[in-house]
Write a protein that binds this ligand. Sequence first.
Ligand code: GLP
Length: 241
Amino acid sequence: MEIIIAKNKEDFDRIAADIVSQQIKDKPDSVLGLATGSTPLGLYAQLVERNKKGEIDFSKVKTFNLDEYKGLAKTHPQSYYYFMFKNLFGKVNIQPENINIPNGEVEDAEKECEEYEKKIKEAGGIDLQVLGIGHNGHIGFNEPGTPFDSITSLIDLDKRTIEANSRFFDSIDQVPRQALSMGIKTIMQARKIILMISGKDKAEIAQKAINGPITTDVPASVLQLHPFVTVVLDEEAASLL
Ligand code: GLP
């Protein structure tokens, strides 16, 4: 694992944006795996700016998002579909047909997951996967206890995740209880991974994920087994390393 500790927020976003930009420059038809959450917001803002300036071109880029809530309409402001269009896809020159997000609105979520996994393979696999991390160590929505060989599937959300994500909803009852998520094996098959961790409240889990034992209790600890992972942290998140 390569560990990079950013000096400040600007530096944190810039380092991540440099890695993603370089990937797109090296391979214009890159397949990117993308994450939601507050952590990569600055990265997406940087990518939008660089695209506007003509420094990076999304016209041939394909994307696969990690996850989506089950049962939220695409138009719901808390759906990951909505998030991605608002923060990135609606602002760069990506082709709509190259955007892939698990569809949380389908009846048969299991079938949707199977097809999603197939689509990733057909696209040639993910070149660079962007990840955030949950307070319990989840990556995508792979909660503690998820087997390391899991593929894209329908997941029951952890109590802690429902609580953490309730800040975005009017009440905790409105937070979906399930999500469609790439599996841990799906994530590990990406050729390169960038894990972004920011904030004091993530310091403990950052320490466990990076230096702790590799265990399904901390899903992100599996990344220690991947040959090309860059972890970008801000100073607060890195304070217990
Ligand atoms: C969500 C997402 C994850 C994300 C995590 C952390 O539940 N499914 O992909 O990494 O929470 O979010 P944040 O960056 O807002 O802390």
